[in-house]
Design a protein around this ligand. Structure first.
Ligand code: 0PR
Length: 384
């Protein structure tokens, strides 16, 4: 390594390709992450806009038409086109809680959410100095009756519910909670980071009861395009129900051409917008719908296959995530065993097991290797 002068480009390229060739590929190994192999057109779109800064649309004004397309499509799916591209749901959730406290805060500093809420909400509360009160839900969608009790007791400035929880893919009762939030004048944020591009399509077919939508009382929705939709990360979107909420998350930057910047990041990749645009236009809603329905069926098949392996029990999936455990083996033993075989799953701590997140890159070989490995574990472990 030469820290002073540049290195020979050919040698550097060789080294880059070598590192690249050793990098984990989704379709060969990854069964538990919410990322997937990005769509090639979206990668191209991301790359050619890598010089642009989405924080100043006046400077890079050609991006405005793409932005309009993306927000119009979002409007068609979720019922509001007021929002902007973020670096993912960690940023979106932080923005939502900031806006909630600015507008609904008063003296109150409490956020209420089911205990299935993603850690990024806890993190947002730590950044904002607020207190997250978690409602124990026992791995079920939130019971709206229980929420009413918590709202009465704590008078929170915000409620967060999830459409596609990280461990089990559960969907909280958004419509009912929205009615309740509206009656009580509490800000309601819907974290649809993972489920935002799956659940509307499952709902359409009657496969899940809930939808991700701006019902009266929903204040904001976070959706990630770098998850199921396969846009190159980072690619999140935050949407608001009205201009006041949107404006509360934007700040004056008088020295820039646009004069304001919204969200947490300053400079933000224009490639993120281009990637989302390419996914939405290049694959389209029909493709996303087919993929969501396909993933739903794959999850159900996986559930019954894993359940039929002695020693294992799987939780029936509500959407596209299958969590399972071994009756005797702790989750770290299971995950180490699978990792040694080049299969990477994340933990599902609430059930002491692992989780499979069915993503567009799943193929027969990958699923077959997982099931074979679980059968091998089953054969070599005494059953309970
Ligand atoms: N909300 C929910 C419901 C999520 O599942 C996640 C991410 C977030 C918010 C935060 O999204 P960003 O990470 O885009 O900001 N859930 C993924 C998970 O926990 C995050 C992730 C993805 C972690 C891939 C590791 C990884 O390899 O699985």
């Amino acid at each position: 390594m030469n820290p002073v002068g540049g290195e020979d480009a050919t040698r550097l390229l060789r080294e880059l390709r070598e590192i690249y060739s050793k990098t984990t590929r989704h379709e060969d190994s990854i069964l538990g992450s919410m990322t997937t192999t990005p769509n090639p057109l979206a990668i191209y779109a991301f790359t050619i806009f890598s010089h642009t800064n989405l924080a100043d649309l006046e400077l890079f004004s050609s991006l405005k038409d793409m932005y309009k397309d993306v927000l119009d499509l979002a409007g068609r799916i979720y019922g509001s086109n007021l929002g902007y591209v973020t670096a993912g749901a960690t940023e979106s959730n932080l923005i939502a809680l900031y806006v909630a406290r600015e507008i609904h805060g008063g003296n109150n500093n409490i956020v209420v959410a089911p205990d299935t809420v993603h850690f990024s909400v806890e993190k947002a509360c730590r950044f904002l100095g607020c207190r997250l009160v978690k409602i124990p839900v026992g791995n079920k969608p939130l019971d709206p009756g229980l929420l009413v009790k918590y709202v009465r007791e704590y008078s929170p400035f915000a409620i967060v519910v999830t459409a596609g929880t990280t461990e089990l893919g559960l969907v909280d009762p958004i419509k009912e909670v929205a009615e309740m939030a509206s009656t009580n004048n509490v800000y309601l944020h819907v974290d649809a980071a993972y489920g935002g591009l799956i659940i509307p399509f499952l709902h359409e077919r009657g496969l899940v009861k809930e939808n991700v939508y701006f019902y009266k009382g929903v204040s904001s929705i976070a959706v990630d395009f770098h998850k199921f939709a396969g846009a190159p990360p980072p690619a999140g979107l935050i949407l608001f129900s009205n201009e006041d909420y949107l404006n509360a998350s934007c700040f004056e930057y008088s020295y820039t051409i646009s004069g304001k910047i919204c969200g947490v990041l300053g400079t933000r990749p224009g490639g993120s917008l281009a990637g989302i645009w390419a996914v939405l236009r290049g694959m389209g809603l029909d493709y996303l719908r087919d993929k969501a329905l396909w993933a739903f069926n794959v999850a159900r098949e996986l559930f019954s296959s894993i359940n039929s392996i002695k020693g294992f029990e799987a939780i029936e999936p509500e959407t596209t995530i299958v969590a399972f455990r071994h009756k005797r083996l702790p989750s770290n033993v299971l995950s180490d065993y699978l990792a040694e075989r080049g299969l990477f799953l994340y933990k599902a701590p609430s059930i002491g097991g692992l989780r499979v997140v069915v993503m567009p890159h799943f193929n027969k070989a990958l699923i077959g290797r997982l099931l074979k490995s679980l059968s091998d574990i089953s054969r070599s472990t005494p059953h309970a």
